[in-house]
Design a protein around this ligand. Structure first.
Ligand SMILES: Cc1cc2nc3c(=O)[nH]c(=O)nc-3n(C[C@H](O)[C@H](O)[C@H](O)COP(=O)(O)OP(=O)(O)OC[C@H]3O[C@@H](n4cnc5c(N)ncnc54)[C@H](O)[C@@H]3O)c2cc1C
Length: 324
């Protein structure tokens, strides 16, 4: 019996969400007396595959034969389903990423398995399994029971955290599932790569700007603060709709869901659709010149003021503290 973890990589390097998912799986495995198996799809170096062991995988299924360069949900779902049968998986875990949330329902339907997305903590019971998940774009939680023999879960990113890596060498097995690449239904038309240095969904600190900044040029201040804090830059949807920032930086219900340790919102009102993408952040700081802006209802710290004076003050204060 095993727990299968979909180990997502980006250009051959595993994402932080993969290590978090393995940490979560390992904690579940202790309760279930199960083995943690990671499934890697696409070309990934052996040394990178070995890292999966440090976070809890005792075995890695390496699917590198075949054309997996483009993400095709149908093809990937067939691969995961074949891996589930191969390792007798009772639980299949996906990250709460775009690929993870696209794959999970497809795999669940193929396995006739119960699916819960947006899980935020370890199950409170295992048979039947009971999990807690986010609902209403982060406004509330729900407890859900899964009665099917196989359970499919997606983990809300950064809700569990990554455990300390340990010395452990996993068994790496080349796995060639019987999938037919000609069944691929999707044809990739365009790839818009994130241009920032840090992957937004992996960043520990995020500095975001909203429509209150009023122009693309004013984002230089956001970039400067982000650079100083080693943070990724994000924005609200109207900002990317206006073309002030690229679409891959937009967070919220229709954008990326993030959960950094620190989220700094500048000139963002805090509409429910925006908050849905950031509500799992550990600390939220809001800078807004309207004291009644809804963002202050979710913020841990708020500064009522003009970002044009608050951000430079913040930058100077950080530099001053660091120079001591
Ligand atoms: C179906 C649907 C999905 C959506 N999905 C998303 C989504 O995923 N993400 C998202 O962000 N939005 C989304 N939206 C849009 C959302 O409803 C809001 O319109 C949007 O979040 C507002 O963006 P904003 O806060 O940047 O702008 P605004 O609401 O215009 O707020 C600007 C804020 O800046 C403040 N401000 C102005 N000047 C200054 C200054 N000098 N200094 C400091 N503060 C200042 C103002 O007080 C105000 O609070 C969605 C909407 C719909 C209908």
């Amino acid at each position: 019996m095993s727990i299968l973890v979909y180990a997502e990589n980006r250009e051959g390097l595993f994402k932080k969400a993969t290590f978090e998912l393995l940490s979560f799986a390992q904690a579940m495995a202790r309760e279930m007396n199960a083995e943690v198996v990671a499934l890697s799809v696409g070309k990934v170096a052996q040394s990178e595959l070995g890292k999966l062991g440090k976070y809890g995988a005792s075995k890695v299924l390496d699917v590198s034969e075949g054309d997996f360069t483009l993400f095709d949900n149908r093809l990937y779902a067939q691969t995961v389903t074949a891996a589930v049968a191969h390792v007798d998986a009772r639980v299949v875990l996906f990250p709460g990423s775009i690929a993870g949330t696209a794959l999970a329902p497809n795999v669940a339907a193929r396995l006739k398995a119960g699916l819960v997305s947006g899980v935020v903590e370890l199950p409170s019971a295992y048979e039947p399994m009971e999990v807690r998940k986010i609902v209403f774009t982060g406004k509330a939680f729900a407890r859900v029971k899964i009665n099917t023999p196989i359970k499919v879960l997606t983990l809300s990113q950064n809700s569990f955290g990554v455990t300390e890596p340990v010395e452990n060498t996993p068994a790496i097995e080349a796995f060639t599932p019987a999938v037919d690449a000609t069944t691929a239904k999707n044809k990739l038309a365009e790839v818009n790569k994130q241009t920032g240095k840090l992957l937004l969904t992996d960043a520990e600190v995020v500095v975001a700007g909203g429509r209150g900044l009023k122009s693309a040029e004013n984002f230089t201040m956001i970039e400067e603060l982000a650079e100083l804090l080693g943070a990724a830059v994000a924005c609200s949807r109207p900002v990317s709709d206006e073309g002030w920032r690229p679409h891959d930086e937009h967070v919220g219900q229709t954008g990326k869901i993030i959960a950094p340790v620190l989220y700094i919102a500048c000139g963002i009102s805090g509409a429910i659709q925006h908050v849905g993408g950031i509500s799992s952040s550990k600390h939220i700081v809001a800078i807004n010149n309207d004291k009644d802006a809804p963002i202050f209802e979710v913020a841990d710290y708020g500064v009522v003021g003009d970002y044009k004076t608050v951000i430079p003050d913040l930058i100077n204060a950080i530099k001053e503290v660091r120079s001591r």
